[in-house]
Design a protein around this ligand. Structure first.
Ligand SMILES: [Zn+2]
Length: 222
């Protein structure tokens, strides 16, 4: 599937809002091909994943999409020279819950050239923080602490309220974060409150989030 291309003269927030239309179709089935993946090829060694960009199935029950995370991964990748790997078509399974999933197979293929994985998710506003960093099963392994620290520091600098591992620690071995760590990558899970994922309705909050994540990626990329 062709990757998202920002238009000339378009702000990143506008690009983010526009890019979501390919995920929201259906609603939130995304493409018509089950478990189709969308990739962006970057060169800075960072891969941004969004395994819940469209609706998915956890133990057979349909779970709602983490809205605006697939489009966020694409826009961040395009703006930073990172790669992105996004679930673009709703299908069976859940890459952040199941032992095996096509997205994990694709991630394994990326790992030789991507030492840093940032896994994007969406959480409710009611958890309190703007961004929750989940450190995964091996938080002190191969640079994972640096990934968590960069995201936390850049979000704090942007005035965002952050939390660590609460309420989402990503410690299950089947999370994308733990999976990447187990295969030698530095990784962290980034849960983003809904109020920061509304580029149409709350463009200023969206702009702050984009700036914070781009600053973190700039620290982590080669
Ligand atoms: Zn999620």
């Amino acid at each position: 599937v062709a990757a998202f291309q920002p238009d000339a003269g378009e702000s990143l927030v506008e690009a983010w809002a526009r890019a979501e239309s390919r995920y929201s179709a259906g609603p939130y089935a995304g493409s018509s091909i089950p478990n189709e993946l969308r990739t962006v090829d970057g060169s800075n060694g960072v891969a941004i994943t969004a395994p819940h960009a469209v609706g998915h199935f956890r133990d057979g029950v349909r779970k709602r999409a983490d809205r605006f995370t697939g489009s966020l991964a694409e826009v961040l990748a395009a703006a930073s020279g990172s790669s992105a790997l996004v679930l673009a078509g709703s299908g069976p399974g859940d890459a952040n819950w199941d032992e095996s999933h096509p997205l994990k197979d694709a991630l394994l293929g990326l790992l030789p050239n991507h030492g840093v994985i940032v896994d994007l998710h969406g959480m409710r506003d009611s958890h309190g923080s703007d961004v929750c960093v989940g450190r995964g099963r091996l938080p002190d392994s191969s640079g994972s602490a640096a990934v968590a620290d960069a995201v936390l520091a850049c979000c704090r600098a942007a005035g965002l309220i952050v939390s660590v591992d609460r309420p989402f620690d990503a410690r299950r071995p089947q999370t994308v974060t733990s999976f990447a760590q187990a295969h030698g990558a530095a990784a962290a899970q980034v849960e983003i409150a809904a109020r920061l994922r509304s580029p149409h309705a709350e463009p200023e909050a969206a702009r702050r989030l984009l700036g914070a994540l781009l600053a973190a990626i700039a620290r982590l990329g080669r």
